[in-house]
Design a binder for this molecule. Structure first.
Ligand code: HEM
Length: 495
């Protein structure tokens, strides 16, 4: 144990401080709450106790880190120790097929192969480029539905439009571009039902051997949910396998763009000397669809809400877009790199309203030390994303929406700002280190592309008499408590 510490550093005995609780009751109370519900309590504790706080949730200590340099130490400098995930709860294990997804997988060779497959085969910039036709298709559908509303003068509740577009885009990247709108909608209905009902099964985790008898109907309901997911996705996986074989045998000469599921069908797990089974592919494909839908949709909604709330920022953005686009009908992806203010608006949205207020829970693989406190092997450690992006020592007037803070003398301050946090963490909406969100580049592209086109084609205004409320609530992500409703007017006459 002692050689984990440098000679001058004494091994700390104690965990970071936390509230005193009655051992059993206190621990169970925390188990019944979501992280969003305990966030204000954690903040109050941190202001009294310091930048690291421990809560005993269930049988394990959970450590919460508020300080950005401690987060950098853990996630980046000591990344090899802090990159594991805690054991999933029994209900989660059913949906994530025994932690075979990338986000839930233990830090080790299988996780590494799955993550590398996703990043190098699908999320690599050149591959992302090959899906630009899908983004254009989705934009056209979104544009048509918004235009219909704009023509009738009806106000738009943007959330469902945005979510549907984002989900459709990921479905095409996942299963190929030969799916119809109806098929996409079918997949979305099942995915949404799982996302919205999953929390109802938390109770089953309290004492699984007992609940398996007393609440067996509920367990059956959960198994049915997983079956519904398999029944929806397995036919798509098999259809793609067949299409792939036909293409390889040259029976089809159609234009064929690689999809995520193709890479999973080919993948070998050398450490286990086998290929993936269908259950694992169901888990990995639904992870792909879910990880990128609500997160990006939530960010898009917050950004658009701020552009409605602050018309001068919206106008400044429009002026920039116009200077690049001239009289173009539509903003192309290549145009985006000439729009520094757009990038600043997106970053400010992610800083001020990160879709997740915590990164996913991490776990230490060995006893270690952080901030002078002990972090035990297998202890859970959480990082407070929102608080880091609101740190007044880094960000002046942190709760204000000011994209200009990312610009230096009118230009995007790329040199000084690093969203991956590899040198220093100043905000961390995608996490940092070995578990950093692999979808970061895709998410930023989606946000830039859609925000640019939404602002280019329409003027967004608050509905008369409405003020835009920035109150939050937790769904899967931290969303607007009062979803954005806006009046939209076409910017130019469209034939
Ligand atoms: C604005 C959009 C997004 C945000 C804010 C976001 C944020 C995050 C965060 C905070 C994590 C956890 C990092 C950690 O535990 O340290 C994460 C993990 C992950 N994200 Fe994203 N994400 C977004 C979009 C996407 C997209 C588009 C994809 C893929 C299509 C994606 C795929 C993943 C995966 C697979 C993981 C697990 C990584 C691992 O455990 O190794 N995300 N994301």
């Amino acid at each position: 144990l002692f050689n984990l510490f440098s000679p001058s550093e004494k091994p700390p005995k104690s965990l970071p401080p936390g509230p005193s609780t009655f051992p059993l009751i206190g621990n169970i109370i925390w188990l019944t709450k979501s992280f969003f519900e305990i966030e204000p309590t954690l903040r109050a504790l941190s202001s009294k106790l310091g930048p690291m706080v421990t809560l005993h949730i269930g049988s394990r200590p959970s450590i919460f880190v508020f300080d950005r340099s401690l987060a950098h130490q853990a996630l980046v400098q000591k990344g090899s120790i802090f990159s594991d995930r805690p054991k999933a709860l029994p209900t989660a294990k059913i949906m994530n097929c025994n932690q075979c997804s990338i986000s839930s997988g233990a830090y080790g060779p299988t996780w590494r192969i799955l993550r590398r497959n996703l990043t190098s085969e699908i999320l690599h910039p050149s591959r992302i480029k090959s899906y630009s036709h899908a983004r254009k298709w989705v934009w056209e559908i979104l544009f048509d539905s918004l235009m219909t509303k704009a023509k009738t003068g009806e106000s738009v509740e943007v959330l469902s439009h945005f979510r549907h577009g984002m989900f459709g885009l990921l479905v095409l990247m996942c299963f190929g571009d030969r799916l119809s709108q109806e098929q996409i909608e079918g997949i979305e209905v099942v995915a949404r039902r799982i996302l919205l009902t999953f929390d109802r099964f938390n109770i089953l985790n309290f004492w699984p051997s007992v609940t398996k008898v007393l609440l067996r109907h509920k367990w059956r309901e959960l198994s049915q949910l997983r079956k519904d997911q398999e029944e929806m996705l397995i036919p798509l996986i098999r259809a793609r396998e067949k299409a792939k074989q036909e293409m390889e045998n040259n029976e089809s000469d159609d234009h064929y763009v690689l999809a995520y599921v193709d890479t999973l069908l080919d993948l070998e797990l050398p450490s286990e000397k086998r290929k993936l089974n269908e259950g694992e592919m169901v888990t990995l494909t639904s992870e792909f669809l879910n990880a990128g839908t609500d997160t990006t949709t939530t960010a898009l909604q917050w950004i658009m809400a701020n552009l409605v709330k602050y018309p001068d920022i919206q106008n400044k953005l429009w002026v920039e877009i116009q200077s690049v686009a001239g009289d173009k009908e539509e903003i192309k992806e290549d145009d985006l790199q000439d729009m520094p203010y757009l990038k600043a608006v997106i970053l400010e949205g992610l800083r001020r309203h990160p879709p997740g207020h915590f990164v996913l829970p991490h776990q230490a693989t060995e006893d270690t030390v952080l901030g002078g406190f002990k972090v035990p092997k297998n202890g859970t450690i959480n990082f407070m994303v929102a608080d880091m992006g609101w740190d007044p020592n880094v960000w002046e007037d942190p709760m204000a929406f000011k994209p200009e803070r990312f610009l230096k003398a009118g230009d995007f301050n790329d040199e000084l700002f690093d969203i991956t946090g590899s040198r220093e963490i100043k905000m961390t909406p995608f996490g940092a280190g070995r578990r950093i969100c692999p979808g970061l580049g895709l998410a930023l592209l989606h946000l830039e592309y859609f925000v640019a086109n939404l602002i280019w084609k329409f003027e967004w205004k608050a509905i008369d008499g409405d003020s835009i409320s920035l109150e939050e609530k937790q769904e899967f992500t931290v969303v607007m408590k009062t979803p954005l409703k806006a009046q939209i007017c076409p910017r130019k006459k469209i034939n």
